[in-house]
Ligand binder design. Sequence first.
Ligand code: GLC
Length: 422
Amino acid sequence: MIEAAKDVLRGNDMGDFTKPGPNQYPHQWNWDSALIALGLSFFDIPRALLEMRSLLNGQWLNGMLPHVVYHGHETDYFPNPGFWKIETSRYAPSIHTSGITQPPLLAIILRKIHETFNIPDFVREAFPQLMSWHRWLHDDRDADNSGLVCIVHPWESGTDDSPRWLEILGGIDPSGLEAFARGDTHYVDVDERPYPHDYQRFIYLIDLFRRSAYDQGTIIADSPFLVQDVLFNAILYRADKDLQALGDVIGEDTSVIEGWIRRMEAGFNRRFWDDDAGLYYDFDVRHQRKIQISTGITFLPLFAGLTSPEQAERLIHEHYQHPKHYAVDNQVKYHLTSASKDLQGWDPRRYWRGPVWILLNWLVYHGLLDYGYTREAAGLCADSLALMSKSGFREYYDPRDGTGCGSERFSWSAALAIDWLS
Ligand code: GLC
């Protein structure tokens, strides 16, 4: 299985970056690349470092690390650089990228790689760039001065069409948006991709941002999508801690990071924990309301170390193991469905509306281990490996029968299989 996984990574290798999927995702994606670097590190350290370096090459002058770096390749992928028009921003880099970011996994992965393979020179090289990305997040995206950061587009959450975003998207009026042609349904069945209604609003938001020349103050003031996302903040908290540890390795002053960590600790549970439901809910900053939708993201604070043992117990017993929500049973054979089974509109083959994603499983697996749920963690690892050996390294899987969905030969699934098996 490790050899098959390496073959996927090699097949998607473009020289200095790795495509998430051969046809569906032909450029470099931010958090995908972090995971790909982790997979590569087990058999080719120089190539793993190059993967991270190429991603960091797309960094904006204000520190933002974009969600896609195009590296000058012409493809049929939409939205393309001509659509993003990032050159309207004075902070745009000299190479083509998207104009939004993605969950900041890179510091977490770099620390993992460093602790296994001891790469202090690369840590020294990457630290200032990671620092400026995190600083940009804490400075430019803390919309209400709470210590929590906002995302301004569903794609920034990494869980593009999650049911968490539907109500906000439903309230957006996309009139005035010029016609465009989707590129994401050429290679993947349309029933496994976002609905046209939602896709139109994804593009509408990009159009809004480019019209404001990607000025963050204007975007925070105007974007109808302005959300404190549990996943993004949990990842950032853990990434800040790992960045602090990396800073200590190379003797950097990390007191600023300490401040970010303390503020996140003070605000996280107050904002996201719902004691009635025993769940974490995202917060819609624009409309000042909780987003009361249960998805697999509710387990991410376990990965971050941001939940108490009592809260963890409620998450596991009232949700992860509950027959109505996330438990495996006669209908659902594999953990972890990306949305609760009893959610209206639960769709086991459509993108983030229900299928199992290997990345989500891997993050929750580590959280379960950290909190002592070793049996559940072992089950989650076993389910993930079973899905990949049954249906190959796919983008996501139907939790009922393990059918592979979305892109074939999906890089992060392969990379995480290598990590698990190594
Ligand atoms: C999809 C996923 C996102 C991922 C990208 C490339 O857009 O939702 O998380 O980064 O594909 O794999």
